[in-house]
Design a protein around this ligand. Structure first.
Ligand SMILES: NC(=O)c1ccc[n+]([C@@H]2O[C@H](COP(=O)([O-])OP(=O)(O)OC[C@H]3O[C@@H](n4cnc5c(N)ncnc54)[C@H](OP(=O)(O)O)[C@@H]3O)[C@@H](O)[C@H]2O)c1
Length: 262
């Protein structure tokens, strides 16, 4: 048995989640893989067992479905071997806000935000109690860019960033590391689900490069890792500008520009 914690990866059947699974197996961790497509999970698990000797469990579940999701929450709550959660499962939606069906929007929000926060909430108390562990939440650069025209998807990813930063502040003192990873366009099937041919895009990162870079941030215990951002000074300036506003929010009087003129 390995002394390294097991890693539960959601959305592990393909794309970014599958790459995380492979990297952690090669690092000597056992895995719990979650997604809907059992055949794909089994094929990945068979390959990684053969290549690395890791012990790998498969949990097939639709995380947008409350009944199926609670089984994953229970596993995170009860299995003390799991010390790292990779909250990766997510999807996108094509079309404009008006074109998108509200049922599809509900499923997007349920997967990208509700499931992510439920899974984090299931494992966080146990990790805090143990005084160690990590929660990695996969956000997106789109969460910083309303101009990209993906209003609900982008909002779910802004949620992921805020949640991760706030959890990082709350849980760090209890030994729990929380990382938000913000990929930009990465070559996976998600683009097809949104009706976009990824080959028509420029500046697309390969999955292996994205996950390797995200793990450099993980090993450095960065709270926010943005693999495609070359000039980290831009992020630091953005954060500094945001934090500079904080002391000014506590005001009993509205700003002068909002005072009604007679
Ligand atoms: N690729 C990009 O350009 C990009 C950029 C920024 C952020 N991201 C984020 O990165 C994460 C991974 O995306 P990806 O690009 O790797 O996408 P992907 O290739 O489409 O993979 C998504 C994964 O999530 C699983 N999944 C989807 N719906 C699910 C559900 N209802 N319940 C359980 N699992 C579900 C899929 O497996 P099953 O179909 O088997 O369930 C699959 O394993 C997402 O959170 C995405 O928003 C991606």
């Amino acid at each position: 048995m390995t002394s390294k914690p097991s890693v539960l990866v959601t959305g592990a059947s393909t794309g970014i989640g599958a790459a995380y699974a492979e990297r952690f197996a090669r690092r000597g961790h056992d895995l719990v893989l979650v997604a809907r497509n059992t055949a794909r999970l089994e094929a990945l698990a068979d390959r990684l067992r053969a290549d690395t000797g890791a012990t790998i469990d498969i949990l097939s579940a639709d995380l947008a479905d409350t009944t199926q999701r609670v089984a994953i929450e229970a596993r995170l709550r009860d299995d003390a071997r799991i010390g790292i959660l990779i909250n990766n499962a997510g999807t996108s939606l094509g079309g404009t806000f008006i074109e998108q069906a509200i049922d599809d929007i509900d499923r997007l929000v349920a997967l990208n935000t509700t499931a992510l926060v439920h899974l984090a909430h299931a494992i966080a108390p146990r990790l805090a109690q143990a005084g160690e562990g990590a929660i990695v939440n996969i956000g997106s650069a789109v969460g910083l860019v309303p101009e990209f025209g993906m209003p609900v998807y982008g909002a779910t990813k802004a949620f992921v960033l805020h949640l991760s930063q706030a959890l990082s502040l709350q849980l760090a003192s209890q030994g729990v590391y929380v990382q938000a990873v913000l990929p930009a366009a990465t070559r996976t099937e998600i683009w097809g689900h949104a009706g976009v041919d990824v080959d028509t895009l420029s500046g697309v990162m390969e999955v292996d490069d994205l996950v390797d870079a995200a793990l450099v941030g993980f090993d450095r215990r960065e709270p926010v890792t943005i693999p495609p951002l070359h000039d980290v000074g831009q992020w630091e300036a953005f954060e500094a500008a945001r934090q500079a506003m904080i002391p000014g929010f506590a005001q009993s009087r509205p700003a002068d520009r909002y005072l009604a003129t007679a």
